[in-house]
Design a protein around this ligand. Structure first.
Ligand SMILES: [Zn+2]
Length: 412
């Protein structure tokens, strides 16, 4: 595995690792083969990348085959008119159980396509396993799962809809979409891109509590923040993140111990984003800061555009970790089971409650937004201040969230 190390001048003592965005990607030895599937049937062996049309056909076929289990959401449209889709998996049931929402999204960098196929295969595995595989059945019964396999289709199909050869990182405007999100502490260089604009609308319309953004070019679990080092501003749930990321890596290594080993600082395959290298405008920080959604960046393969002959190997060692990560939503920090506060000390404290005008909130998590939802799940308020003015809201029950902590508020 290629690792570039060099001394950093004087003050900074630690060596520096290769940055996937700044240096040529680690690549596989030739010959690299990128076979394409021009039909859904040709995807059966999971050893090809789908053409754009095949991708659309796969999503449609699943929706047709499992109409009571899933539907396809159109998140938006790319600059060149390609669809940004998500498979939303949720069984139609009569109960009104609370099911937390989970989100996977891959290939915001168009040439990092390993996660693209992993997500398609995950969709296929979950849908076909429902009702027969107890683990998948239980997970789907308790969780609403949205899977967006391809966040930057123009980058992936840069050379046309029928090949991923020559795919590239950027969108059609030459913008790195993972540097283009609102950043609480950075300045966006470019205008918000259509792909991200529609993604923001999508996540704003949902209440995702746990998510992951899938990349390639290294093998490491990169937890928030990306815009701070762990010393300058640790994530409020840094300890939890380390545990979750280690579970992911350790599980995958039981199937193939050679993976998650190419970041110098992190032989254990887990690193705080800013300790690897600081970025601004990344989606991970955006989701954590603006949506209270615990999002991690999964760097899944050393090669960005993995040889199709290796896709099965990667699935074999990643599939259990990818499924288990979804289940982590049921043990978020400070909660038990279905996301209710576990200990009094972990609860948001609100007073007066009920209230007609203003409430004061105690127990906010530093660095996390406070959000308020109505009973339909619609977000009605967002901010960082501990005093909330309720006068504009209709009477009723509302849910407050900060990080994983919640509280009910009654407006009189
Ligand atoms: Zn990337």
């Amino acid at each position: 595995m290629l690792t570039l190390l060099w001394a950093f001048p004087s003050s900074a003592q630690r060596p520096f690792h290769y940055r996937p965005d700044a240096f040529p990607p680690v690549d596989e030895p030739a010959p690299k083969v990128l076979n394409m599937a021009s039909t859904v049937a040709e995807m059966a062996g999971w050893d090809r990348y789908p053409t754009y049309e095949t991708y659309l056909a796969m999503m449609q076929q699943w929706a047709d085959e499992f109409p009571t289990l899933c539907h396809v959401d159109t998140i938006g449209t790319s600059i060149q008119g390609r669809l940004i889709l998500s498979m939303y998996i949720e069984p139609q049931t009569d109960d009104d159980l609370y099911r937390p929402e989970f989100f996977y999204s891959s290939t915001i960098h168009g040439d990092e396509v390993t996660g693209y196929v992993m997500m398609l295969r995950l969709i296929d595995t979950l849908l076909h396993g429902y009702g027969s595989n107890p683990q998948y059945t239980d997970l789907i019964n308790r969780t609403r799962i949205s899977i967006n396999p391809l966040a930057n289709p123009d980058g992936t199909y840069y050379r046309g809809n029928h090949t991923v050869q020559g795919s590239r990182r950027y969108n059609a405007n030459n913008v790195d979409l993972n540097r283009n999100y609102p950043d609480p502490f950075g300045t966006a260089k470019e205008a918000l891109q259509p792909e991200n604009d529609s993604m923001i609308a999508y996540v704003s319309a949902h209440n995702f509590r746990l998510s992951a953004n899938l990349h390639g070019g290294s093998e490491v679990m990169n937890y928030p923040w990306d815009c701070f080092t762990s010393v300058s501003n640790p994530h409020p749930y840094a300890d939890w993140w380390k545990e979750v990321c280690h579970r992911f890596v350790d599980t995958s290594r039981t199937y193939n111990s050679s993976h998650f080993r190419d970041v110098y600082e992190s032989d254990d395959g887990v690193i705080a984003g800013g300790d690897w290298y600081v970025i601004h405008g990344g989606r991970q920080d955006y989701m954590n800061y603006y949506h209270n959604c615990l999002e991690v960046t999964m760097e899944l393969s050393s090669s960005k555009t993995l040889s199709t002959s290796r896709l099965n190997e990667y699935w074999d060692f990643l599939q259990h970790s990818l499924v288990n990560y979804i289940a982590e939503i049921h043990s978020l920090p400070g909660t038990s089971g279905i996301g209710q506060p576990e200990e009094a000390g972990m609860r948001l404290c609100v007073y007066p409650n009920p209230a007609a005008e203003c409430v004061v909130v105690k127990g906010l998590v530093p660095g996390m937004m406070l959000e308020m939802y109505d009973m339909t799940g619609r977000r009605v308020m967002q901010g960082t201040k501990p005093v909330l003015d309720l006068t504009a809201l209709p009477a009723g029950i509302y849910l407050l969230r900060c990080g994983a902590m919640t509280a009910r508020v009654v407006k009189e």
